[in-house]
Write a protein that binds this ligand. Structure first.
Ligand code: SAM
Length: 551
């Protein structure tokens, strides 16, 4: 039987209850006013008072007091999770959801909140389970449209993430108008292993055709801006510095707010002792990996800066294509899985940027076990230029192509060809000398493509020059043959595709025949990936010709 209580004890209880009630109303008001930080603070105080009361409640006059406290705690945790998720503190928000669901495993509001957080963390199937459970609640009937919307979104993203069946066709054909298509995290047949080039690298686990998507991932952080067009170098540098600072702030914020992001950033190279770095398991990068599997290692500012220096990518790099509205912007970002890809002057992959996502696809066929590489800098240049570029990246490239060209570039004839280039000799003549040289040095197969790629600028100028073609056309290989060997050697490239399209148009009197179009499409798949159907690929090929850039 309940002991009778002193009246002053009951007053104290009443006073405590009143205070809790006030605090809860205040927190709710802040939440409704979208003052997320303040609301988190108020709920935190309320939650700790709840915990205190739960552990100290023994003889409360209300027999339902304890169960009421648990109910209030559950709702407060749920509301704090909502506020935390709006502040993008996903790990903490998820922690609150777990606690709330421990109290009431079917708590409607928490299930919705948890589902939305998991969706933000790209954990599509776990989010789907939450929305499915929420739908069973009687309250769901009032929100069924919203919940069904989330369910459809989760199902779609889960399917895309499992199959990699992305299709950008409609968006491209509609001139990139409207929102880009919904994209999801996807990892194809690749793995991370030790690389002969240095540290770790990404490798194909199966034979992969040109154009096949290798993976698709969202940036941890990006920063974009329109750089000043004025002649002042100072202005441009300042604008870049501001962007870089904003970018660093965003990376730090993401790492602070999400344990997984923090953990993934810690796996990246700082540029030191790369061969001693651990090889992370690919499961780390999969969207379904639970937040709780990640520890919080030390990540100071010095380490972050080195990591960003080594691993950040710019969107308008030579081996990348930006689709959609980012095109006018200078953009920098960090995409973790892409940061495991080493450079090669004999690359087999390219990237396409859509919003904050990057899609990496094979730019030529890749054999099982072969390392996946893309070009950090322009590889349609002679060895000496590439060496200079590699220096700015603080490594010296020892890929197959560089090794082969080192053996060739000491030849007297090669030195003369390069001198001729510097002196501005006629391009057709230089191409002729180079082709003759290759015949005499018995350069075969891919190696021919390597050298032609090194002197691509000369070849493309010669093919585009009527005078040169009249004089040398019969003595040098056809443009299609050169394009074929360059693409086989260094993968598809937009400039090579452009030259092919222009050449085909010229020889076809302004139009391109069916067979030739098929060839161009194949090359296009290596440049843009197989994420587009025929009509959309035609649109991209047309855009490629119109592109004003000259290389
Ligand atoms: C974005 S990371 C690539 C992944 C890196 N290997 C790792 O283990 O994390 C860039 C760094 O990889 C190394 N690297 C990339 N390509 C290379 C190459 N062709 N030759 C030598 N080192 C290379 C350089 O140290 C470079 O700073």
């Amino acid at each position: 039987m309940r002991e009778s209580k002193q009246p002053d004890m009951e007053d104290l209880e009443e006073e405590e209850d009143r205070m809790m009630q006030q605090l809860r109303s205040k927190a709710t008001e802040l939440l409704l006013r979208k003052e997320w930080n303040e609301s988190v603070q108020a709920y935190s105080l309320f939650i700790s008072l709840c915990h205190n009361q739960i552990s100290n409640t023994h003889n409360h006059s209300d027999p339902d007091h304890l169960s009421k406290l648990h109910k209030s705690l559950c709702l407060a945790l749920s509301n704090r999770a909502e506020a935390l998720s709006r502040l993008r503190h996903f790990t903490d928000a998820l922690g609150d959801c777990y606690q709330a669901l421990k109290i009431d495993s079917a708590h409607f509001k928490t299930l919705l909140c948890k589902g939305k957080i998991l969706l933000n963390l790209n954990r599509y199937s776990a989010a789907l389970d939450c929305f499915k459970s929420a739908l069973l609640d009687p309250q769901a009937s009032l929100n069924s449209e919203t919940i069904n919307g989330y369910l459809d979104k989760c199902k779609k993203l889960e399917f895309l993430s499992r199959t990699g069946a992305f299709d950008l066709s409609d968006w491209i054909v509609n001139g990139f108008r409207g929102k880009p298509p919904e994209l999801a995290e996807y990892i194809g047949t690749v793995e991370i292993k030790k690389s002969e080039m240095g540290g770790r690298g990404l490798f194909a686990t199966k034979n992969i055709d040109a154009g096949t998507l290798l993976f698709l991932t969202k940036a941890i952080a990006t920063e974009r801006g329109i750089l000043p067009q004025s002649n002042s170098e100072e202005l441009g540098k300042n604008a870049q510095l501001v962007m870089w600072k904003n970018f660093i702030d965003k990376v730090v914020e993401s790492a602070t707010k999400c344990h997984k992001t923090h953990h993934l950033i810690c796996r990246l190279s700082t540029g030191e002792d790369e061969d001693g770095l651990e090889v992370p398991d690919l499961s780390l990068f999969r969207p379904e990996t639970e937040e709780s599997s990640f520890s919080n290692e030390k990540l100071d500012m010095g380490k972050i800066l080195s990591i960003l220096d080594v691993n950040s990518l710019v969107e308008d790099a030579i081996s990348a294509k930006v689709l959609g509205k980012n095109s006018d912007y200078y953009g920098v970002g960090i995409w973790v899985l892409a940061a495991f890809i080493n450079h090669s002057c004999y690359p087999n992959a390219r990237r396409v940027h859509v919003g904050d996502y990057v899609m990496v696809h094979a730019s030529r066929d890749i054999k099982a076990g072969e390392e996946v590489t893309f070009a950090y800098f322009d590889v349609l240049l002679p060895l000496r230029n590439r060496r200079e570029m590699a220096k700015t990246w603080c490594f010296s490239c020892n890929c197959k192509r560089c090794k082969f060209e080192e053996g060739i570039c000491g030849k007297q004839e090669m030195i003369e060809i390069e001198m001729g280039l510097d002196r501005g000799l006629e391009v057709g003549g230089i191409v002729y000398r180079l082709e003759e040289g290759m015949r005499r040095w018995m350069v075969r197969g891919n190696e021919k493509g390597f050298l032609r790629a090194s002197f691509w600028a000369v070849y493309s100028e010669a093919f585009g020059c009527e005078k040169s073609m009249r004089r040398w056309g019969r003595r040098i290989p056809a443009m299609e043959a050169v394009v074929g060997s360059v693409v086989e050697a260094v993968g598809s490239d937009e400039r090579v595709l452009k030259a092919l399209m222009e050449g085909l148009k010229r020889s076809g009197g302004g139009g391109i025949g069916m067979v030739e179009m098929e060839r161009a499409m194949k090359l296009g798949r290596g440049v843009y990936g197989k994420v587009v159907k025929k009509q959309a690929m035609r649109t991209l090929l047309e855009l490629c010709i119109q592109e004003q850039k000259h290389y």
